[in-house]
Design a protein around this ligand. Structure first.
Ligand code: ZN
Ligand code: FE
Length: 241
């Protein structure tokens, strides 16, 4: 059985994800940056909440932690290296750890760069990756705490996953990322086609998430960078774009 995954847009452009493990009936939420709409949706679903999964400490990913914990009595799992800044954390996760959500198991992948302790959750049986603000559709997170070499190495770890792995990232930044990607990789036919698809989705206010590792490998300029230096050059260009 695989995870059922629901995308919940919150705040201005964040995505929070509601995970349902059907075999044991366990519910998880990834990166609840606020509590109100998340609690409302969880109440509608009527299954309670067992776990909050946190990729990094920023408030737009953790702002709902304490209120949701208080209301649902759930536990909170997040990056060990940022434990002091993750409100309510119960379980500290490190690279290579397994995190069990009922019968489904995630492997923890270190993905620093945006923040120094940023982690991603990979559920291989469900072919799903929750990567917060590390990899975005056609982009990557800003380097607030880490450097280009760090994020380049993080990308390499994510790009080693199967092509079919679905990429659930923390923001809907795709339209702006697509404009940038086309500006640096104009001759990429797959990217051009994708740009058109993205424009159509956004015109209808539809999410562009999830992507897949295969699509990112082929069209994300940061995934196509061959060296940390090139990655860093692209990141600087994007910061000024
Ligand atoms: Zn962030
Ligand atoms: Fe964020």
């Amino acid at each position: 059985m695989t995870l059922e995954i629901e995308l919940l847009p919150i705040l201005s452009d964040n995505y929070c994800f509601i995970l349902r493990e059907p075999e044991q009936g366990i519910t998880g939420v990834v990166d609840p940056g606020t509590d109100g709409p998340v609690a409302t949706r969880l109440d509608e679903l009527g299954n309670g909440l067992d776990w909050i999964l946190i990729t990094h400490h920023h408030a737009d990913h953790t702002g709902g932690n304490l209120a949701l914990k208080e209301r649902f009595g759930c536990r909170i799992a997040g990056p060990a290296a940022e434990a002091a800044r993750v409100p309510g954390i119960d379980l500290e996760l490190r690279h290579g750890d397994s995190f069990r959500l009922g019968a489904e198991t995630a492997t923890i992948i270190d993905t620093p760069g945006h923040t120094r302790g940023h982690i991603s959750f990979h559920f291989p049986d469900s072919r799903a990756l929750f990567c917060g603000d590390a990899m975005f559709v056609l982009g990557c997170g800003r380097l607030f705490e880490g450097d280009a070499a760090m994020m380049f190495a993080s990308f390499a770890r994510l790009l080693a996953l199967d092509d079919e792995t679905r990429v659930y990232c923390g923001h809907e930044y795709t339209a702006s990322n697509a404009r940038f990607a086309l500006s640096v990789d104009a001759g990429n036919a797959e990217l051009q086609a994708r740009g058109r698809e993205i424009s159509e989705l956004r015109a209808k206010d539809q999410p562009t998430v999830p992507s897949t590792i295969g699509r990112e490998r082929a069209t994300n300029p940061f995934a196509r960078a061959a060296t940390a230096a090139e990655f860093g050059r692209l990141r600087k260009l994007k910061d000024q774009f």
